[in-house]
Design a protein around this ligand. Structure first.
Ligand code: SF4
Length: 226
């Protein structure tokens, strides 16, 4: 196949999209910055505290070109691909590369169940490690840990003391604090008091960063598209 034909094929590749919108980044070390979110539809996990159940199926097919056009209209340097689970979409690596070529800083938020190394160099992966009380702990693809880079971030969502102890053990066993830009701990909204989680972290001098989901305090917690 010639280069031209390859480029044409890439442009016509489609992804299932739940929504594309501009907001501020609510999580990670990028929190507080304006960001365009491309939320893919479809997820193969069922975390008990999932706050984007509306994006676990359905969606509208959009070509890579159509997505790029919409992102261009929203006019923002930072773009996050999220879901659902963006790595279930075969065209996500192509979309990420095209966004980079258009000058964007690209974040990909993933459950960590799919291989992360398919993403192009320079894409920042914000990868979950699913704790036991999510109900999806066995789905963690632990091979992903060796593909993490210094620019990446690892996130644990805690719903209990059991989750906290599991996260603490993973941080130590995989030396995560030395491996990535940030180890993020947050609480499942309404299931664990932030003050409790923070106390445990301080007691243990845990090498991690506590975060609240800023968008849940700016807008009513159930609001979509923020
Ligand atoms: S991985 Fe994300 S979208 Fe999928 S069920 Fe869990 S929280 Fe929901």
């Amino acid at each position: 196949m010639g280069l031209g034909a390859h480029a044409t094929m890439e442009r016509s590749e489609t992804l299932q999209i739940a929504e594309i919108f501009k907001s501020i980044q609510g999580e990670s070390t990028w929190a507080g910055l304006p960001c365009v979110f491309v939320r893919t539809a479809g997820c193969n996990l069922r975390c008990v505290w999932c706050d984007t159940a509306y994006a676990r199926d359905g969606g509208t097919p959009m070509t890579v070109d159509e997505i790029l056009q919409r992102v261009r209209e929203l006019d923002c340097k930072l773009v996050e691909l999220t879901g659902g689970e963006p790595l279930l979409q075969a065209a996500t690596p192509v979309l990420a590369r095209r966004l980079q070529e258009a000058g964007h800083t690209v974040l990909v938020e993933t459950s960590g169940e799919r291989p992360i190394e398919v993403l192009p160099e320079g894409v920042i992966r914000i990868m979950d490690l699913k704790c036991p009380d999510s109900g999806e702990c066995e789905r963690n693809r632990l091979e992903n840990i060796r593909h993490l880079k210094r620019c990446d971030e690892v996130k644990f969502v805690l719903a209990s003391r059991r989750d906290y102890e599991w996260a603490r053990a993973q941080i130590a066993a995989h030396e995560l604090a030395a491996k990535v830009n940030a180890v993020l701990l947050s609480v499942a909204f309404g299931r664990l008091e932030p003050a409790q989680a923070v106390k445990w972290m301080l007691d243990d001098k845990l090498p991690a960063r506590f975060q609240l989901q800023a968008h849940k305090f700016i807008w009513p917690p159930e609001t979509k598209g923020v």
